[in-house]
Design a protein around this ligand. Structure first.
Ligand code: NDP
Length: 315
């Protein structure tokens, strides 16, 4: 049978390119989990995704009610769930003040980490029921959260500290709305959220891989300097960042090329390993990459998941 794969944030950039790459194989039905229905419909049409290969379902990761509603809608569709790709993200590098989700969590960590955390935890139950031979849960990480790389060392660096801000509710009421309890910085909040993404996959791997057979992985798709992710950045940055990546760092990858990468982790028979972080070299060959010390800290992973369970109402 055709596999069913949910892709969050499939209305633009990497998520759309991933949906397109998967749909083109004819082996997958894509559930495009998006906050803007019309935008997603237009995006699917302009990418040329065949109508029978996708369904759009509403999901706003910045609202835990919306996450729960999405899961209900998906369940009512009667489809099995074989693969989940957590791709959506916001990046607010120029924000002077924090913005907040419906439940009052700082928006970057609230959307990128907590929304996806609740979504994955709920949908794991559906994945367990699927008879698909190679079930996978994939999250899009980032090099910028990994302080063992050059890009990860550009300040402000990711650092979750002792998690005092996260434990305090990340709401800016009792403490500043940063995971480490520090002063708000939008670029750092994004990087921190990506560290949480990568930690979550490893914790799920340790807790659930043996029991469920599901492969848990994170990945870094390369620098796709042209996507909407940089829409909040200053105009000069948006002008110079793509050529900088193309000619100086040579880390640039087009959206179409980048989309093939998560698609590979979804369905390639050679990428079934669980608990790993995938990257691609300049010849587009996949390899198992090394995470930074913080992003592979098992004790921190356990704590982040424990606190997140409380924040999203699971514990
Ligand atoms: P885009 O901004 O193009 O795509 C982000 C997607 O997330 C959009 O579809 C957006 O929806 C969606 N989204 C944002 N907020 C929400 C929300 N509250 N609920 C549901 N969906 C939401 O950026 P990219 O394609 O570049 O980013 C995709 C992933 O790739 C992210 O996880 C990012 O961290 C990662 N990444 C990107 C890199 C790059 O160089 N671009 C490098 C490394 C990682 P809408 O269309 O409605 O705005």
């Amino acid at each position: 049978r055709q596999g069913t794969c949910i892709v969050t944030g499939a209305s633009s950039g990497l998520g759309l390119a991933t949906a397109k790459a998967l749909a083109e194989t004819g082996k997958w039905h894509i559930i495009m989990a998006c906050r803007n229905f019309l935008k997603a419909e237009r995006a699917a049409k302009s990418a040329g995704i065949a109508k029978e290969n996708y369904t759009i379902m509403h999901l706003d990761l910045a609202s835990l009610d919306s996450v729960r509603q999405f899961v209900d809608t998906f369940r009512r569709s009667g489809r099995p769930l074989d693969v989940l790709v957590c791709n959506a993200a916001v990046y607010l590098p120029t924000a002077k003040e924090p913005a907040f989700t419906a439940e009052g969590f700082e928006l970057s960590v609230g959307t990128n980490h907590l929304g996806h955390f609740l979504l994955s935890r709920l949908l794991l139950e559906d994945m367990k029921k699927s008879d698909y031979p190679s079930k996978r849960l994939i999250i899009v990480g980032s090099i910028t959260g990994n302080t063992n790389t050059l890009a990860g060392n550009v300040p402000p660096k990711a650092n979750l500290g002792d998690l005092r801000g996260l434990s305090g509710g990340l709401n800016g009421l009792n403490r500043p709305a940063m995971i480490d309890g520090g002063v708000f910085d939008g670029a750092k909040a994004y990087k921190d959220s990506k560290v949480c993404n990568m930690l979550t996959m490893q914790e799920f791997h340790r807790r659930l891989h043996e029991e469920t057979g599901i492969a848990f992985a994170s990945l870094y798709p390369g620098c796709i300097a042209t996507t909407g992710l940089f829409r909040e950045h200053i105009p000069l940055f948006r002008l110079l960042f793509p050529p900088f990546q193309k000619y100086i760092t040579k880390g640039f990858v087009t959206e179409d090329e980048a989309g093939k990468r998560p698609a590979q982790v979804v369905s390639d028979p050679s990428l079934t390993k669980s608990g790993v972080y995938w990257s691609w070299n300049k010849h587009s060959a996949s390899f198992q990459n090394q995470l930074s010390q913080e992003a592979s800290d098992a004790e921190k992973a356990r704590k982040v998941c424990e606190i997140s369970e409380k924040l999203v109402g699971l514990a």
